[in-house]
Design a protein around this ligand. Sequence first.
Ligand code: PMP
Length: 365
Amino acid sequence: MKGNGYEAIKELIRPNIAALVPYSCARNDFAGTAEVYLDANENWRDFVGDAGRNRYPDPLSTKVRKSVERALGLPASSLVIGNGSDEIIDLLMRIFCIPGKDSVLLMPPTYGAYRVFADINDVGTVSCPLTEDFQIDFPALERTLAQERLSRRAEGGRCKLLFVCSPNNPTGNAFPVDQIRRVCDLFDGVTVVDEAYFDFSPYPSAATLLDRYPRLVVLRTLSKSWALANARVGIAVACEAIVRTMIDTKYPYNLGGPSQDLAVQALSKVDEVKAAARRIVEARIALARRLEDLPVTLRVFSSDANFLLVKVRDPDGLCLWLRERGIIIRNRSRELHCEGCVRITVGSEAENERLVEALERYGRR
Ligand code: PMP
């Protein structure tokens, strides 16, 4: 379980994972093609779906990784394909954080699953909130990390992972790469940059830092711009040592064959998908302008994603009123610094129109 970057992460990996003898599944033992497969206790025939659904899928999602390399220019050998990026977030916690001892650093308001997965894994959370205008609070981060280093000896655990979500959910803003680099310089654990909404953002990817920072993992997903939320395909980009450890620790057949096939199909449409993402960005800008003009709106925050954070009068009442009219938006008013806010996904032209019309009626009611 060595590989490039191992020196940088060996002290961070949980001892039981560093010592792991990984499960070797039948498809790991034999990767070529044969005429007769009697090695995996599968059924010899299939009943439903495309041919081959009776067989276990490729544990390494090799075709998906090659397609990601072609479509996104990220080298296939640096990739791990997960069952959504959610699986990867959970996997990173299981690899690095000793339950009941270690912690992860979060910068709220941010994607809620980081905290939930930490709770599920009995991993602590250290909070270093974004500033009120949703920027990384570097002085507070330096203080928090210094404190954390001091408490390490006393408490025996340490902060192993730091999550930066860029563009951030639910605030919508992205962080420039030089800020991500600053975070990597300050933090002596593994910095995880979640770029789920990358394709809607004008900022370059933090993946450009991977050559210099082995303690960095960048996450992407096919659930947003690639329109494959249903297939559950997440992507991790990391140094060789982290990739190997993730492969050894994940469920052997973590992504089903139908999902792998759909991912390959979607990734072959890179120009179409990029053009569609650009149209969503244009629709976001148009929707933001229209929302700004409505009486219910107090503020529309600037966004680099496919959603808008909007401060409104009475978010609870508004969400309920819209729901009764068949429109669901996300109430984020109980998140830190998001008092009064709702999160609205940019939909189709017709959906956005229906939302705006409903909000106009809400204003007149
Ligand atoms: N990261 C962020 C920031 C998200 O908003 C989401 C989903 N809403 C995810 C990760 C999870 O994505 P996936 O569908 O790939 O599990």
